[in-house]
Design a binder for this molecule. Structure first.
Ligand SMILES: [Zn+2]
Length: 383
């Protein structure tokens, strides 16, 4: 079976940062972006450049720091937004402008207070403007999940003709059901005459716990870009979790006809870094990156796993970065990874203060030396 590439579009720095309480500094955003580059994500949505001067500077800094991944800024379908987004990403090796407008009756009537035809005109103007500033333009129909099908077909056909090469269909409010959402994506691809000129993307929210299921259902129906975040961070109940989508595709190659070119051994370190920076803990039973995701409690399970891991494990822990030998501690490592590694070396911290002090020493050392071995780490606490 010929496999098609699935574009992994990470929006931890944009949608993830919109989680109440998850604000990140410029330096922290650059740190996460570099880790996302190690993961080999295709597109990093670095922010919403017009939102604030700080956002603009952060997008710009990420565009300068990252070499391999494509750097994207969000922009409303307004001239000024698009100009600012284009400027913010201009230093990147590969860049994208992502513009959007709401397409559901409720959003058009109450939020935009615009007639549907005027919404189409504005979308086409925005995409045309963006294409004049950047070769790579993505267009999103905000609240697509509650939009009328015929209207979606009409507006998408027009924006593809205007030069949008990625069409994103978000379930902005987390209302969709997997079978229905997948069906809608498949129907859009079938009914829009120029659908083959664009990659269809989805962006699912987790209000009913279905973001990953809705995303995977859409991939089966022909979507070739998934928007997602580390640890499923995002507005309200969050976004689709990158690690779950990637590992579902990787674990079931018999089921999915796509591949995601992600360096999975960085999933756990990335998850821990994002958790440390945002202060949002990862629940222990979270799939893939939770501390219990590969822990076996029952004696029967432990016995089976020791004899042959495949008895109870559908994935190997080290594939996603759990094996501490594969987890390289360096200046990008977070406090949780440090604490965990020190525990393995027999060092536990009785107070938060002593952990913080040791972690600070570790960071100073890590700045001088690229990779730290166990004796380097022990020297941190021995002074
Ligand atoms: Zn979102």
């Amino acid at each position: 079976m010929h496999k098609q590439p699935l574009v992994i579009f990470d929006t931890t720095l944009r949608d993830g940062e919109q989680s109440p309480g998850a604000t990140m500094s410029l330096a922290e955003k650059v740190q996460i972006a570099r880790m996302l580059e190690k993961l080999n994500v295709d597109v990093i949505e670095a922010g919403f450049a017009i939102a604030s001067p700080g956002d603009f500077e952060a997008v710009k800094a990420v565009a300068l720091a990252v070499k391999d991944s494509r750097i994207c800024s969000l922009a409303r379908a307004l001239d000024k937004d698009i100009e600012v987004a284009a400027e913010a990403v201009s230093a990147a090796n590969n860049s994208r402008i992502h513009t959007f407008i709401a397409t559901s009756p409720i959003h058009m009537k109450y939020k935009l207070q615009m007639e549907p035809d005027a919404v189409i005109d504005q979308a086409v103007r925005a995409v045309t403007k963006a294409r004049n500033l950047n070769d790579d333009v993505e267009f999103s129909c905000e609240d697509a999940g509650r939009s009328e099908f015929d209207f979606l077909c009409k507006i998408i056909e027009k924006v593809i003709a205007a030069g949008a090469s990625t069409i994103n269909i978000p379930d902005t409010v987390g209302y969709a059901m997997p079978q229905q959402f997948g069906q809608m994506i498949g129907d859009l691809i079938q009914n829009i005459p120029n659908a083959d000129k664009a990659i269809f993307s989805i962006h699912c929210h987790n209000d009913l716990g279905l973001a990953v299921a809705n995303s995977l259902s859409s991939v089966l129906a022909g979507a070739r870009q998934v928007e997602c975040t580390i640890n499923g961070l995002g507005e309200r109940a969050g976004n689709a979790s990158l690690e779950e989508i990637v590992m579902a595709i990787r674990t079931r190659p018999d089921f999915f006809n796509v591949t995601a070119d992600i360096n999975a051994e960085f999933l756990v370190p990335t998850s821990q870094m994002v958790s440390d920076i945002t202060g949002f803990p990862v629940q222990p039973n979270k799939a893939i990156v939770g501390s219990n995701a590969f822990a076996h409690e029952s004696g029967i399970h432990q016995d089976g796993v020791l004899k042959n891991p495949e008895t109870y494990e559908i994935m190997r822990a080290e594939t996603v970065g759990w094996d501490e030998n594969r987890m390289v501690l360096g200046k990008h490592s977070g406090r949780a990874a440090f604490k965990n590694h020190m525990h393995k070396l027999g060092v536990d911290f009785d107070t938060y203060e002593s952990l913080r002090e040791a972690f600070n020493q570790f960071k100073i050392l890590a700045d001088k030396k690229h990779e730290l071995n166990d004796s380097d780490l022990l020297s941190v606490i021995n002074g």
